[in-house]
Design a protein around this ligand. Structure first.
Ligand SMILES: N[C@@H](CCC(=O)N[C@@H](CS)C(=O)NCC(=O)O)C(=O)O
Length: 247
């Protein structure tokens, strides 16, 4: 697709031992780049190297009130033609939409917002038990040490305690109806096409597909659970062409 064109964007992504994108938030941006066929190359950064790398790019850290646990995060992009660097996925999405308007990607919609809110509320608790503690297995030793230290301090418990089988089973049961309801909403415009808004993708599709692809990179078993719910796999399959470039 874009391999033979000189890159216009450098995408700073999170490194893992699979040498492919596994962060749900970076996937959202990668899906946009792939959908719009924007030529880009990836720089994978280990967790402990994110802060020094972004400081070197001249980026200011997240505002203390931003809700971010870390001072610096990926995704970050550097737009080579203008030498602009941007951190934070919503700001990056807006920049890409303004700079590369074709094909267009609706960034917000009423239905999209409702799905994102409901899917986040329903799925985040299950990912907290099933994905977060398993993420460590695809990290390098340096990133493992960083991830364990920061996550266990944030969560107040050991990663291994999070996915204790009985507790993990319970959270999926508790959230099941809410996951189903969010998935059903994803099928609202099914008659018009495979995406949330119908025939063309929107940011909400990439939000969903990015989260599922992230889960898949960490645990195929957890990813496969979404076959039991409506909507999720339909959106994932519709986004498959834009999930191809992973690094
Ligand atoms: N609000 C940020 C969140 C990004 C984020 O949380 N990124 C994680 C990786 S998925 C990160 O870089 N964490 C760095 C750390 O924990 O030190 C965005 O939307 O870009």
């Amino acid at each position: 697709m874009t391999e033979h064109t000189s890159p216009e964007i450098i995408l700073y992504d999170l490194a893992c031992i699979k040498n492919a994108c596994f962060s749900p938030v970076v996937w959202r941006i990668r899906l946009i780049l792939n959908y719009k066929c924007i030529p880009y190359r990836t720089v994978f950064v280990e967790f402990p190297d994110i802060e020094p790398t972004m400081k070197e790019l001249g980026l200011a850290c997240h505002d203390a009130n931003s809700g971010s646990n870390a001072k610096y995060t990926v995704p970050v992009i550097r737009h080579i033609p203008t030498d602009i660097c941007i951190m934070d996925s919503p700001a990056i999405a807006e920049f890409l939409e303004a700079t590369y308007p074709t094909p267009p990607l609706p960034l917000t919609s009423e239905l999209g917002r409702e799905i994102e809110t409901k899917a986040r509320r329903a799925v985040a608790p299950t990912f907290g038990r099933s994905i977060v503690p398993r993420e460590i297995h695809i990290l390098s030793p340096r990133s493992q040490e960083y991830f364990r230290r920061t996550q266990e301090a944030r969560l107040g418990q050991r990663l291994e305690d999070l996915c204790e089988p009985a507790k993990e089973k319970e959270i999926w049961e508790v959230m099941s109806d809410k996951i189903r309801a969010a998935g059903e909403l994803m099928l609202t415009h099914q008659a018009d096409g495979p995406f949330v808004l119908g025939a063309q993708p929107s940011y909400t599709d990439f939000f969903i597909a990015g989260s599922l692809q992230s889960a898949r990179m960490i645990s195929e078993d957890v990813f496969q659970r979404f076959h039991s719910y409506p909507g999720f796999m339909e959106i994932y399959m519709a986004c498959a062409p834009y999930l191809e470039k992973k690094d």
